[in-house]
Design a protein around this ligand. Structure first.
Ligand code: AHG
Ligand code: MN
Ligand code: MN
Length: 335
């Protein structure tokens, strides 16, 4: 059998190699990966572990919290607060950032996460995940403002998908790698060392039920896909929508495609549904590192200057030529 590269070996090689991965960042990634293992165990237990259903509370964005949203959030906090690698954490499920308690040493990094992505899929046994993003703390007291750095400042991003397999997907700015959880060994084994997104695709992911609310450029793009061979695109398209961004992006990193969650006119002042800091930025970093593209319709997502921790954004990401096309449609119409 060929030699299997573990997550630890990969990180040590990154530490020694051109990336010169700092020791604290290596520790951070190992701790997040361990937390994801623990979340995977809870997810797998499902009804047997009494982890399904709602928690009876709402998050700062007014969304009903599921039990697993809260469990995953706590697992990530407890795993990360004592190691000395973090200055603070911010999560989709917490109103404000979480400072590292005084009794523990302070580290150099800021960790942001969507502890459980795809909450509506928990109870129906469909793939869900955890998304994370890492920034460097610029110094001084840690406040919500410390986290308001553009996506280009990320030093690491990744997600774990809890599906038929449990897979950890990671970038430290040196391409994208995938690790599959070996449950017998309890270790992460590298199963893709250089993830690349094909530039062209015939597969799109969007919640079509919102079609009547979209802006004209968005409608135009999807209408042309739906016309298939007979229309201007001259090819038939397929559609997939898991309703877990993690699972949809994982498919795109595996075989290409375009994922969109655009602005719509129901709440015109809300830029989109997805969160810039916990969803759009980490996924954009991964997609760009795999040769894809990511915009909000007019601008590169990673260049947006965040103004609030829980800021939302319109998202179009995946195969380069398709994202470029839908972005051009938006630029042409000035919307
Ligand atoms: P979360 O479960 O963290 O709130 O995120 C859900 C997000 C994202 O994962 C998914 O792409 C999208 O919401 C699905 O939205 P719809 O239910 O509107 O399709
Ligand atoms: Mn999410
Ligand atoms: Mn979530």
């Amino acid at each position: 059998m060929s030699h299997r590269v573990s997550l630890t070996q990969y990180l040590i090689e990154q530490q020694r190699g051109a990336a010169q991965l700092p020791a604290q960042l290596r520790l951070l990634i190992e701790v997040v990966a361990r937390a994801c293992k623990s979340i995977a165990i809870s997810v797998n237990k499902g009804a047997l572990g009494d982890v399904l259903g709602t928690a009876g509370s709402e998050n700062v964005q007014g969304e009903v919290q599921k039990k697993l949203d809260i469990i995953a959030n706590e697992v990530l906090i407890e795993a990360n607060e004592w190691g000395g690698h973090l200055a603070g954490m911010a999560s989709e499920e917490m109103d404000d950032m979480h400072a590292v308690p005084n009794r523990y040493p302070q580290g150099e990094y800021l960790l942001l996460f969507d502890p459980l992505d795809g909450s509506s899929n928990i109870d129906v046994n469909v793939s869900i995940g955890t998304i994370f993003s890492v920034l460097k703390h610029k110094g001084g007291d840690v406040t919500n403002d410390s986290f308001l750095q553009p996506g280009t400042a990320q030093v690491c991003a990744g997600y774990c998908v809890y599906g038929p397999q449990t897979t950890l997907v990671l970038t430290v700015g040196q391409g994208v790698v995938m690790f599959t959880l070996d449950r017998e060994q309890g270790s992460w084994v590298m199963t893709d060392s250089d993830v690349r997104i094909p530039e062209d695709t015939k597969e799109f992911a969007i919640n079509m039920s919102n079609l009547r609310h979209w802006a004209p450029p968005m409608k135009r793009y999807i209408d042309e896909c739906l016309e298939g061979k007979d229309g201007v695109r001259g090819k038939d398209f397929n559609m997939r929508w898991v309703a877990s961004m993690v699972a949809d992006v994982h498919r795109i990193l595996t075989r290409g495609g375009i994922f969109m969650y655009p602005w719509d006119k129901r709440e015109p002042n809300k830029p989109g549904k997805l969160r810039l800091m916990y969803e759009a930025n980490p996924m954009s970093f991964l997609v760009e590192q795999a040769g894809g593209m990511s915009t909000n319709g007019t601008q590169r997502i990673m260049e947006l200057q965040p103004t609030q921790l829980h800021e939302r954004v319109s998202v179009m990401l995946g195969s380069k030529n398709e994202v470029a096309r839908v972005t051009q449609y938006h630029l042409d119409q000035g919307t």
